[in-house]
Design a protein around this ligand. Structure first.
Ligand code: SF4
Length: 300
């Protein structure tokens, strides 16, 4: 059986652990022109679904880190009396930058008493030897999660949305991270243009067969956001957007495939309401969660 993230955290920490959305100040090599494809093309626009916020619109953009953490904690404490936190660096590519600055940032973060887990979103092509060395040191202190936006194993789709790296780059990074006992969480998007249901489930099958087993997964439906390249593509050549029922079916099939103890971090897209073009059903969060839970509860 898979495990919901909330239950997984409760089983370890005995209480709810809250995410603090933080900013490392990194950019993304897929946006600044550092990635050059074999045909000489320089990627500058990022993944075509990615908005200006780097797929993390809710991050607190205040430096230094101690201030960011206090601001983010205050936001949460307005609603709860939370005491344990995950420092979550979501936007852009958080291992892409000056390594000494990154080391200082993450060390200062992970050593705090209120931080239980350091969670870093990045790309598999930004996990070179120096970064791995840094992660190894951080892992000696507390758990470190690395989140990788693979989205699909179908190379054609990855090229279409300008991911900018091949599956083998993911495979190498995955093995390197697992050797360091880092928890790896992979992001998957259902509903990429041109993908069939079997293509999407092939990605889940592939991830289910990883050895060592995958720690966690985010299963998200594609969201078309305003001011993205994908929105322009969609306006010119509309493609099928998954219905809630189709997405829920994919979740159910995925939960049947994933190995026991895979932690499910998300089951829907989390784009900002203000930018959302499609699917409009994802605006009704309560209905979406009720529909999904009704169908998938038996797999947890
Ligand atoms: S989704 Fe991530 S990797 Fe892709 S352009 Fe946005 S920040 Fe970069």
């Amino acid at each position: 059986m898979a495990i919901r993230l909330s239950e997984y955290l409760k089983s370890i920490y005995g209480e709810k652990v809250y995410r603090l959305s933080l900013s490392s100040g990194c950019t993304c090599p897929n946006r600044d022109g550092s990635i050059i494809l074999s045909d000489g093309t320089r990627l500058t626009g990022g993944c075509t679904f990615c908005s200006e916020g780097g797929s993390g619109e809710f991050a607190a953009k205040v430096a230094p880190i101690s201030q960011q953490i206090e601001v983010a904690k205050k936001r949460i404490r307005n609603k709860t009396d939370a005491g344990k936190f995950i420092a979550y660096f979501q936007s852009y590519t958080n291992t892409y930058g000056d390594i000494s600055g990154l080391k200082e940032l993450y060390m200062d973060t992970i050593k705090r008493d209120d931080i239980e887990i350091l969670s870093i979103g990045t790309r598999p092509d930004c996990l070179g030897p120096e970064v791995l060395e840094m992660l190894k040191d951080l892992r000696q202190i507390k758990p470190v999660w690395i989140e990788l936006g693979l989205q699909t194993i179908k190379e054609e789709s990855a090229e279409h949305f300008h991911r900018g790296y091949k599956l083998e780059v993911f495979e190498e990074a995955y093995q390197n991270l697992k050797e360091l006992d880092i928890e790896v969480i992979v992001h998957v998007i259902f509903g990429l243009p041109g993908e069939t249901k079997e293509d999407m489930l092939d990605t889940v099958r592939y991830l289910s067969a990883l050895n060592p087993p995958l720690d966690g997964i985010k299963l998200q439906n594609l969201q078309i956001l305003r001011d993205t390249q994908m929105y322009e593509e969609y306006k010119k050549t509309p493609f099928h957007i998954l219905t809630l029922d189709e997405h829920t079916d994919l979740l159910e099939e995925s939960l049947k495939l994933l190995p026991d103890k895979t932690v499910i971090h998300r089951m829907t897209g989390d784009g900002p309401r203000a930018l959302l073009i499609e699917p409009l059903w994802s605006l009704d969060k309560k209905h979406v969660l009720n529909t999904i839970n009704k169908k998938v509860n038996k797999y947890f």
